[in-house]
Design a protein around this ligand. Structure first.
Ligand code: ADP
Length: 397
């Protein structure tokens, strides 16, 4: 009997110990789960009305995360930057919003070390560049400020490209000038010396042209070039440009055709600048057309509807337009390059351009000047058969 009591006592103790162990484990698991689970926001609003007001008004993203990197506050700008609504962002881990492992780690470090951090990120499936600042110690979490830097980084890239292009375009003629001068210092025979001096002059002209065109482009882009727009017929401007290009057309034995409509209405133009635009297009046509080819200059009037496909992006376009088109039967422009020829420094094919000179700035200047007239310029071409550059200018009401 004693043995029986003893045995049941031992069994009861083992059962008790087992129950205690199970309970402890359950408590530990619960505590672990509570730590892992995202806690809903506290009942009491931890953000002052003033903070909320300021954050709503800011055009930068404002996010507050708690010590577990769970979003407790998100202003509409931040939600919009990441393509979600404020409700979708709240009470989720920051990683679900920014979708960037490095940024998440950066915030984690800032929280652990209690140090402000900053980084640029490109969220997946987005072509934006964002800068994110993380300031820890806000309600035991961190304040994140997010700004869309896309435009700024594009400008920065454009600036870098410009510097690279200018130095590249300068290096070639300057290297050649330096080599020629070095050779001239060795007292070459007079005839060779003369030829070399001619080359030096030619290369210097290329440098001067680049500097002039760059200066002109910067004047236009910064809005410092004021166009003197007067209503006048384009026929006179066309006439003058043709007179100036004539010697080069003859020299290359090209044929020139003109089709100028008789009843062209006046358009607002700056005579000097529009003359420069036409001359540039004519000069390109001559440059890219072999001897015996034909250059055609036509001018006509059109309704807005007839030009709809080219004017589509313009708001409030005039009902009537005058077009001036310069066509050639020259090298043409490959389809893939057509969309880029008005970019600064763009040359269709550097090998093809070699020996022909040119800075790649001419058409960029043309585009700016035509747009400064309220007009549009576009190009069509069939590679190997020729190109047509057309300017459309709104008719004076
Ligand atoms: P560039 O000053 O070097 O001539 P442009 O800006 O005037 O530069 O022209 C850009 C590129 O467009 C040129 O390198 C050339 O390849 C191409 N291009 C311009 N006009 C014509 C044309 N009429 N026919 C063929 N290609 C042309």
């Amino acid at each position: 009997m004693i043995w029986l009591d003893l045995a049941s006592g031992v069994i009861a103790m083992v059962a008790l110990a087992w129950a205690i162990k199970v309970r402890r484990e359950a408590q530990r698991d619960l505590a672990y789960l509570q730590r892992r689970t995202i806690q809903p926001a506290e009942q009491k609003d931890p953000f002052s009305p003033l903070f909320r007001l300021l954050a709503q008004a800011l055009d930068s993203g404002v996010i507050v995360v708690d010590h577990n990197r769970v979003i407790r506050f998100c202003n509409p700008t931040a939600a919009k930057l990441f393509g979600v609504s404020v409700d979708e962002a709240l009470n989720h881990g920051i990683i679900t919003l920014i979708r960037d492992y490095h940024a998440d780690t950066m915030i984690d470090h800032a929280l652990r070390r209690n140090e402000p951090q900053q980084m640029d990120l490109k969220p997946v499936l987005s072509n934006k560049t964002m800068r994110i600042w993380c300031e820890p110690s806000i309600n035991q979490g961190a304040l994140l400020i997010v700004r869309d830097m896309t435009q700024l980084s594009q400008l920065e890239r454009a600036r870098r490209d410009l510097v690279a292009n200018v130095s590249h375009e300068l290096r070639t003629p300057l290297a050649s000038i330096s080599l020629l001068i070095e050779t001239l210092q060795t007292n070459p025979p007079p005839e060779l010396g003369q030829r070399m001096l001619g080359q030096v002059t030619h290369e210097l002209e290329a440098v001067m042209q680049l500097v002039d065109e760059l200066h002109e482009l910067s004047q236009i882009e910064s809005g410092r070039m004021i166009l003197q727009l007067q209503p006048q017929p384009v026929s006179e401007i066309i006439e003058r440009a043709l007179q100036r290009i004539e010697p080069q057309i003859s020299k290359k034995a090209l044929h020139l055709q003109t089709h100028i409509a008789a009843d062209l209405p006046p358009v607002y133009v700056d005579t000097a600048r529009m003359g420069q635009v036409l001359l540039n297009l004519l000069y390109n046509a001559v440059k890219w057309t072999d001897s015996g080819g034909t250059i055609t200059l036509s001018a006509d009037r059109h309704t807005r509807a007839a030009l709809a496909s080219q004017l589509i992006t313009r708001s409030d376009p005039a009902p009537e337009w005058v077009t001036i088109a310069v066509s050639d039967t020259g090298a043409g422009i490959p389809a893939e390059a057509l969309g880029r020829i008005f970019e600064r420094f763009y040359k269709v094919d550097r090998a093809r351009t070699r020996g022909k000179g040119g800075t790649g700035l001419g058409l960029a200047i043309v585009k700016h000047l035509v747009e400064g007239h309220g007009g549009v310029v576009w190009a069509t071409s069939v590679a190997g058969q020729g190109s047509t550059f057309t300017i459309a200018l709104p008719v004076v009401d």
